[in-house]
Design a binder for this molecule. Sequence first.
Ligand SMILES: [Zn+2]
Length: 292
Amino acid sequence: MKCVIAVDVGASKLRLATFTGKDLKNKISFKLQGSENPLNYIKNYLKTFSKTCNSIGIASAGPLNIKKGSATLINYNNLKINYTKSLRRYGSIFVTNDCIAGLLAESRFGEAKKVKNAVYLTFSSGIGAGVMVDGHILIGKDGNAHEVGHLVLNYEDDILCGCGKKGHWEAYCGGKSMPNFYYKMTGNKVAFAEEIFRMYYENRTEARDFIEKCMKINAAGLASLINAYDPEVIILSGSVFLNNEKLFLKKLTELTKNYVMNRMPKIKTAKLRENSVIFGAGILALANGKLP
Ligand SMILES: [Zn+2]
């Protein structure tokens, strides 16, 4: 059975595993600080495992240049990485966006198994999506056809996104940006989005108002995806979502209807949860980089 290496370069976490089509083995993960280069960890892993598994699927946060196999990692101080050049001595390198990998895994093993139209949407440090329409995964000229975290939800606001532009969805409700938006709304400083959610569950008024507002913004974003892509199912994942799953599912189910023109799709939690992306990286390598 062919063995491949699956790599998930997330906005704050790196996961590595070997994969033969069913199970992940030799799993290892690192929480990365903003200044660390994930390549060093990947190379160390490949030194050991590429002797037996020499196809490597990499699911990376974007934006990407899919032809060059490179990415600019916004959450690592805009670190530019060329995966293909840096790693090809270890085997064949296949690069895709992390949310496309998540979608790929859910369409093979999870909530998009029997459908041809699906959106995989992740709420983590940033907000991103993978989109399948009529059985085809959308890619775009550079591999960024689904950078929905940078949909403009307020064209008049000066709030800056991690990408440097204004009014983007992620600038409000991406986990990394939430403290900045919270400060703008309330004048109070917090270091992490988790603190705002904790205060929300403690029934603190400011945090409750803030999260209610964020959920409206998330519902507006979600509705825009439903209006544009007409999916049968929206699959939600990402650490911010998974840590607050009940809250998100309740609010988004309630609020999204207010903004949706198309028939509502099902809204589901990713069946593979935090493992969707790394599974997808493995599936990509096993398929020699071919996407449906
Ligand atoms: Zn942006």
